[in-house]
Design a protein around this ligand. Structure first.
Ligand SMILES: NC(=O)c1ccc[n+]([C@@H]2O[C@H](COP(=O)([O-])OP(=O)(O)OC[C@H]3O[C@@H](n4cnc5c(N)ncnc54)[C@H](OP(=O)(O)O)[C@@H]3O)[C@@H](O)[C@H]2O)c1
Length: 237
């Protein structure tokens, strides 16, 4: 039977690459998008719109989801990444990050309680900065840490029905606003020293959905940046 995936933030950047990958593999793809989708029309593609920073919009999405399942795979990929210094209103800054990274995955997963296929998987895309403090992006880091911890609770709650894992990307694809100096600095803090590309996350997802022994795990796909961050702190002799 044709397999079916729901992916949030599935219309652009990594989400778009994942949507295209699963379409190419013959899956039915339900791709959520917020502002726009860059996916080409495809007979196996359904698009659903929601602003995941808005609880009413999340509720509206959740009402549609059971009718679009059952799902073999759900990827919580949508993310907002705003430095604390850009916050106009701190409470709004916090709720935006919490809603996109925690409230939406929690509500979507609750809405799908009876909409899982046999041997299903859920994958949450977190960040190595869920485990590393960063004073410039403290609210983003706290939200990703929340997503990660909640996902591991779901590995417990959904055990026997859905395997739940977390992927922590490192420098996969820089944003257009990242200048050359920033890019060089980040890559100098990585053991592999290269922008890894979306394919690295596609490979990690492909592994996780085929790994019956793996649930409740946190997989770093970061070119060794998490370890490299600590390298300068080790004693030289
Ligand atoms: N790129 C990297 O190197 C890197 C590093 C570490 C972790 N990650 C994680 O990997 C995942 C994908 O990365 P990416 O670079 O493709 O992320 P991205 O460019 O930040 O895209 C995130 C997606 O989330 C959607 N989104 C943002 N705000 C939303 C909202 N309010 N409601 C609904 N959707 C919203 C965006 O859609 P709109 O633009 O339409 O709002 C977009 O499709 C993310 O979870 C990210 O945190 C990426």
């Amino acid at each position: 039977m044709t397999k079916r995936i729901l992916i949030t933030g599935g219309g652009r950047r990594l989400g778009k690459t994942l949507s295209e990958h699963f379409l190419n593999e013959g899956w039915q793809v339900v791709a959520h998008y917020n502002t726009r989708s860059e996916l080409e029309e495809h007979p196996n593609l359904s698009l659903v719109q929601a602003n995941l920073s808005d609880p009413d919009s999340i509720r509206n999405l959740c009402e549609q989801l059971p009718g679009l399942g059952p799902f073999d795979l759900v990827i919580h990929n949508a993310s907002c990444f705003v430095p604390d210094s850009a916050a106009q209103d701190l409470a709004q800054h916090i709720s935006q990050h919490q809603n996109v990274h925690v409230t939406a995955p929690v509500m979507i997963t609750e809405a799908l309680a009876d909409s899982w296929s046999d041997a299903a998987s859920m994958i949450s895309i977190s960040d190595i900065y869920a485990d590393i403090p960063n004073q410039r992006f403290s609210v983003y880091c706290a939200a990703k840490a929340g997503l990660q911890n909640w996902s591991l609770s779901m590995a417990q709650r959904l055990a026997g029905k859905v395997r739940v894992n977390v992927i922590q990307p490192g420098p996969i694809k820089f944003l257009p606003e990242h200048d050359q100096a920033y890019r060089e600095r980040v890559l100098s803090q990585s053991l592999i020293g290269e922008e890894l590309g979306y394919g690295a996350i596609v490979e990690a997802c492909s592994y996780l959905i085929k790994a019956p022994a793996v649930t409740g795990s946190v997989m770093r796909v970061d070119g060794g940046r998490f370890v490299a961050n600590r390298y300068d702190q080790t004693f030289s002799s």
